[in-house]
Write a protein that binds this ligand. Structure first.
Ligand SMILES: O=C(O)CCC(=O)C(=O)O
Length: 280
């Protein structure tokens, strides 16, 4: 059966059917999946049954995999897999609980940030624990030309530790290597290497400040842009089923988890993160 791609919203998101990711994919089929990702920014492939090896093999088709800085959350023997989990085994966390509950694009605090991420839902809450996505290309395109022109020439600083300065993850475990990553700079607007669309490249989680503007300008500018990027009417909300594989394009969107479920509802997921080797 041919692959089908059903858009979820006019702005971003699509569901793909008729593909089994546990098997090696023909090049032509992989190209169709990648094209859908570039067009829709986030794709959902339901009813998958993946081992760590098959998740890694599928993810590697997009590019080299990155190893997350939080080593405690990595899967034994498979450091390419970062575990998101509120479960415990023998008293130890099976992954990072309630991670990413602020708008972000993955690993923008790295010199080479991420091209995309693949998240595999192994156990998901009966209700709650959705993931929200918003297009940074659409956000740029819906700004006025004078504001676009101003942003085109700006750079911003990103820092891993910034995301831990508030919220549910503010109690950082003593061994969290938060300071392993220094400040890095990226352009505020980047042109997507495959779609050619200009995308805002700032996020609430890791962007500390826009360079060359005053403190109050920075505060106002970031607050305006973050609010513009996350208007409810432009957000795609993914409701998880176990077996879902969700692939997102970190070059073209921001995302966040929703922590409205408790430890009575297990949520256990495996994520891989693909490196972006493009130069901007
Ligand atoms: O758990 C979620 O829904 C989102 C996780 C997340 O933000 C991430 O993996 O970067």
């Amino acid at each position: 059966m041919p692959l089908t791609v059903s858009p979820a919203t006019p702005i971003l998101g699509a569901e793909i059917s008729n593909v089994d990711l546990s098997k090696p994919l023909e090049d032509a089929l992989f190209r169709e999946i990648n094209d859908a990702l570039v067009q829709h920014s986030v794709i959902v492939i339901r009813d998958q049954n993946l081992t760590p090896v098959s998740l890694i093999n599928f993810s590697k088709r997009f590019g080299p995999l990155m190893i997350h800085v939080l080593k405690d959350a990595l899967l034994d023997n498979y450091p390419e897999i970062y575990r998101l989990s509120n479960k415990k085994k023998n008293g130890n966390p099976e992954g990072r609980a309630y991670a990413g509950q602020y708008w972000h694009s993955d690993l923008t605090y790295e010199v080479n940030p991420s091209m995309g991420s693949v998240l595999y839902g192994i156990e998901v809450p009966e209700c709650g624990g959705d993931t929200l996505f918003s297009s940074t290309a659409h956000a740029y395109e819906t700004l006025s030309e004078p504001i676009q022109n101003m942003l085109n020439y700006l750079t911003a600083e990103h820092l891993f530790a910034h995301a831990f300065r508030g919220g549910r993850n503010s109690k950082v475990r003593p061994k969290d290597p938060l300071n392993d990553r220094p400040l890095v700079e990226h352009p505020v607007v980047r042109t997507h290497p495959e779609s050619g669309r200009k995308c805002l490249f700032i996020n609430e989680g890791f962007t500390v400040r826009i360079k060359g503007v005053t403190l109050s300008e920075n505060r106002a500018l970031l607050a305006f842009l973050f609010a513009h990027m996350t208007r409810p009417e432009v957000v795609y909300r993914h409701k998880w089923q176990s077996g879902d594989v969700v692939v997102w394009d970190n070059r073209a969107l921001i995302h966040r988890g929703v922590g409205d479920y408790g430890n009575d509802q297990p949520r256990h997921m495996h994520r891989t993160t693909i490196e972006d080797l493009s130069t901007y």
